[in-house]
Ligand binder design. Structure first.
Ligand code: ZN
Length: 124
């Protein structure tokens, strides 16, 4: 059972336990991952490009969110969709994390945020 059950990101309604999905747009995630790969290639062996205040340049791409909610609301045509029952415990979520790490687009998504949001991560 998930410790946190946010409302649907699209319609704002409650989602019955076991009926929600997490969904990320594959086109956007692939593009962000490509940008990150290029940035890290450019930065390899160099000082990070930061402002005088120490902040990363604003060219750093925004990670694609994993949307939570009803399958019909957040599961778009170009989305990668994971059913709630597959990630509703920390052990299952870790298994999916390992599986997703093999996907080239995964680094373009904000998976860490989704895991914290659902209460699947405890900061020790
Ligand atoms: Zn909804």
């Amino acid at each position: 059972m998930l410790r946190e059950r946010p409302p649907c990101d699209a319609c704002g309604g409650d989602v019955a336990p076991g009926r929600a999905v997490l969904s990320a747009n594959l086109h956007e995630a692939t593009e962000v991952a490509r940008q990150l790969n290029q940035l890290h290639k450019d930065w390899w062996g160099q000082e990070p490009k930061v402002t005088a205040a120490g902040e990363a340049l604003d060219s750093y791409p925004k990670l694609v969110p994993w949307l939570w909610g009803h399958p019909d609301c957040v599961g778009g045509e170009f989305s990668y969709v994971i059913a709630e029952e597959r990630i509703d415990t920390a052990a299952k979520a870790l298994g999916w994390t390992l599986r997703l790490m093999e996907k080239p687009w995964f680094r373009g998504t904000a998976w860490h945020y989704a895991m914290r949001r659902l209460g699947l991560v405890v900061e020790a």
